[in-house]
Design a protein. Structure first.
Length: 602
């Protein structure tokens, strides 16, 4: 009995009893929490911090994007039939803005997934879900020219990336997907020819995702990098997995990775696959997107790879035909579910920063480039998503396509994020969970970004399963518009109708000694508000390609003091006193440029 124990032993017994009592209480609380309803995105839960939430300031722009898909003549529906709960059916697809016929207007190419893996060969070949090419008519409308162009492709499609591979003046088309990739040559007469085999890109079966063009050695010909996603060759029976909310067949962690592909342009219309030789095969990564961008100032593009549930990779281009893996020392080896990549100088300090979209509850990453601050010539980034308004606001979303773009022309890069779940709808597992997209306004260097989606138009109040997205000024009015690919739903064209009196300048480059598409060219524009830097083709979004025309918001400046261009081949050109509110076309090596102004050249 306790009464017969010493005072010291009594204290031990009482202490032990109290500890046991507390353990029982805590266990009961945990048990009760486990029995409670599962947290759903967007719901308020006591104990979850909201200290980083911020109210919109008074000086926000009148952001507005209008859904003009129908009146523009675009009739695109992604996917055909009933999804079969397989990851190959759920990850795509992308879109590209390109001027395929060189008439000065941005045309639209959209990738599709032609349907379930259960479709028979005949059903697949007759699927209404195929890639589509829309010609821009120059009056705000588009014409479907898919059939006559030769780009009617049925595929479990993922990405598209365009570049002039042979420097003949016409931009060519690449499509990736599950199975074989496809390369189409632009014949210059409105038609395309499949040259996959003769170009050396055939014979690679796999689950291929992001694609990016870049002239890695500055020889004037664009090279191609394609990310390999998963080893997915055994197709599970849908009857065995349908009723699971999170079946293993849609979980990337269940599958092994496959290596990436690097096609070096031989300069004769053919390519040699050399990812292993150059040390950039990324064999352990589950690659979804990749970007070529010069982050180190040697005028050769480095390579950043966004991997799903594996470490992201940053390969520094050493300029001697070799790449160095600097992912860990640069602090960007991000082990999260990485999908989309946005690259831009958000704070005007003349170095490029990275934004990466992630899975739900992981927060999107905002890697602020500290290269200039370090002073030791070591590339170094810090994830400051929470500090600048891009962290907590993304917790309830699964992010995909994203890019920096100046939607109000104030000279500061804003940001869009396309969202949509990978989990199935619990009530209807044939569908994925839909989400809203997000639009962020860049206010200043101290506060960063504010989400303005609630005031940006009706579309941003609707929910879709978003995937690909890209921007362009499709109607040549000096405002950047968006096209979004939604899984299992219509694609959407959003016209930018933001009220703004700010000025703008667009620059379209054509290489001569450098690659014709000018991919990799670096631009530095200076006006009274500071300097802006850009690189052609550096933002792959997710499986998508933005317009190659470079857009600069000029705020209140009616003249750009100077425009500095460094071409991939090393040539430098400087132009001064450029009038705002026009597009200028610059050809490498020529001192004169051609100007185009809205209302005067139509």
């Amino acid at each position: 009995m306790i009464s017969g124990l010493s005072r010291r032993k009594k204290r031990i017994v009482w202490s032990s009893s109290l500890t046991l009592f507390l353990v029982i209480i805590i266990a009961a609380v945990i048990w009760n929490e486990g029995e409670s309803e599962e947290y759903l995105p967007g719901q308020e839960v006591e104990g979850l911090t909201s200290r980083l939430m911020r109210e919109l300031p008074d000086d926000i722009p009148a952001a507005h994007f209008e859904n003009v898909t129908e009146q523009a003549g675009i009739d695109f529906k992604h996917f055909y039939g009933e999804r079969g709960s397989r990851i190959t059916e759920d990850m795509g697809s992308g879109v590209a803005w390109i001027d395929y016929n060189n008439n000065g207007y941005q045309d639209l190419f959209i990738v599709n997934n032609s349907g379930s893996m259960d479709l028979s060969a005949e059903e697949f070949e007759n699927s209404p879900a195929h890639t589509m090419l829309y010609r821009n008519n120059g009056d705000g409308t588009f014409t479907d020219v898919t059939a006559e162009s030769g780009l009617k492709v049925r595929i479990h499609g993922m990405a598209t990336a365009w570049a002039d591979i042979d420097n003949n003046g016409y931009i060519d088309c690449l499509i990736t997907g599950y199975g074989q990739n496809h390369l189409f040559k632009n014949n210059g007469d409105g038609t395309f020819t499949d040259i996959t085999e003769q170009a050396g890109l055939s014979g690679k079966d796999g689950f291929w995702a992001g694609a990016s063009w870049g002239d890695f050695n500055g020889n004037g010909f664009v090279d191609l990098y394609i990310t390999g996603y998963l080893s997915y060759f055994e197709i599970p029976d849908v009857a065995e997995i349908r009723e699971l909310q999170e079946p293993p067949s849609i979980n990337p962690s269940v599958f092994d990775p496959i290596r990436n592909l690097f096609y070096v342009n031989n300069g004769d219309g053919t390519f040699s696959e050399m990812a292993q030789e150059y040390g950039i095969a990324n064999a352990e990564g589950k690659g979804l997107e990749a970007a070529w961008v010069d982050l180190t100032g040697n005028n050769l593009p480095d390579l950043y790879v966004a991997n799903d549930v594996t470490d992201n990779m940053l390969f520094r281009n050493m300029g001697d035909g070799q790449f160095m893996n600097i992912s860990y020392q640069a602090k960007v080896a991000d082990y999260r579910g990485s999908m989309g990549i946005a690259i831009g100088d958000w704070d005007g300090d003349e170095d490029l920063d990275l934004f990466i979209t992630h899975w739900i509850a992981q927060e999107n990453a905002f890697y602020n480039n500290l290269w200039m601050e370090d002073g030791q010539q070591m590339l170094f980034f810090r994830d400051e998503a929470d500090r600048y308004g891009l962290g907590q606001s993304s917790l309830d979303y699964v992010g995909w396509a994203t890019s920096f773009f100046d939607f109000d022309n104030d000279g500061r890069p804003d940001l869009y994020v396309i969202n949509g779940h990978t989990n199935q709808n619990f009530k209807n597992p044939k569908e994925l969970i839909a989400m809203k997209d997000q639009l962020y306004w860049n206010r200043n260097n101290e506060e960063g970004f504010y989400e303005v989606s609630p005031i940006a138009g009706n579309y941003f109040q609707e929910e879709y399963v978003g995937r690909g997205g890209a921007y362009a000024d499709f109607n040549n009015n000096g405002k950047l518009d968006l096209f979004i690919v939604n899984h299992g739903a219509p694609g959407v064209l959003l016209e930018n109708r933001t009220e703004s009196d700010y000025h703008w300048l667009q620059v379209q480059l054509t290489g001569t000694e450098s690659n014709r598409s000018a991919i990799g060219a670096k631009l530095r524009l200076v006006n009274r508000d500071g300097a802006q830097i850009k690189q052609v083709g550096m933002q792959p979004s997710y499986l998508s390609q933005n317009s190659l025309v470079q857009h600069f918001g000029m705020k209140n400046s009616i003249v750009a003091d100077s425009l500095y261009i460094q071409w991939p081949g090393g040539t430098i050109q400087i132009f001064t006193g450029l009038e705002a509110n026009q597009r200028i076309m610059i050809t490498e090596g020529k001192e004169e440029y051609t100007a185009w102004k809205p209302g005067k050249n139509d």
